[in-house]
Design a protein around this ligand. Sequence first.
Ligand code: BMA
Length: 326
Amino acid sequence: MAKVIGGHSVPNIPWQEKPTNCKDVVWRYSENPILSRNDIEDANSVFNSSVIPFKGEFRGIFRCDKTDMLPLLHKGKSKDGIHWEIEDIPFKFENSIDGVDYPYGYDPRICEVEGRYYIIWCTGMKNWDATIGLAYTDDFEHIYRMDYPFLPYNRNGSLFPRKINGHYVLLSRPMSPAHSDFGNIYMSQSPDLTYWGKHRLVMERGRGWESVKIGSGPTPIETDEGWILIYHGVKKTCNGFAYYAGVAVLDRDNPEKVLYRSKKYILAPREIYEQVGDVANVVFPCAAICDKDTGRIALYYGAADTVVGLAFTTVDDLIKFAKENS
Ligand code: BMA
């Protein structure tokens, strides 16, 4: 088994063995979806959400659109990572950065660095221009905003769970407000999580399922073979965009260097709850819990911009797939 570096033992990681007739690298939880609008009062949808192990349980930040269709962030807790108690009211930050709370928020990721939990999400600035928001919490009770890492327009921020060569490293996907049909993954570095620079291109959109744009997904997982990066890729069809998930392995000391990148997707909208919803044909992973002892991975993804799905794979499965299909 590839050795998982850092991270935690998560003996209670949600898990189901791969069905014997399944040939896919990622397989779905048999009771999907795990969360829907019925789990939050007055909700239209709950999707693209992030979770993390916390003191033997799990905590999460959930994107919920209530029936006013404004995306905001809700806290949630769970003992088993499958059954969640989500707060009905979006959380408020303890402080403000520019005099406003946040007009909207979506696609959160959570990353633990040195015992502190960072939340990275797409936020609206005062005038609603979209950029990446950054916040931290130590207890999932009080959440403190930090400054915006980047100017608009930017989304899909994923932080690495340790400093690399003395710097925090953040992946992001700058975008044009005028054209939503291109986008590549970049990385930026910071000595203090406030000032960001040394921006580098990591991956450009590819072919087929990732030909329109790509964006990083869950917090990368460190192994002795490199960082496992799960990301989403978008294809244009005559019925609009379709969202897939893919995998790449980045160099441990210099994640700008892509070691392997699968030409094939690892997850596609195939089930009815992924194909039918507010936005059809979307799988959008935002969290991957990894148990460092077994290499098991529980992958959480938004489905059709409507519900949350859970799927499984392993560190070895992903690395092998990325190598064989690179
Ligand atoms: C992207 C983001 C995601 C969403 C996806 C599909 O641009 O806004 O939140 O899941 O589109 O609608």
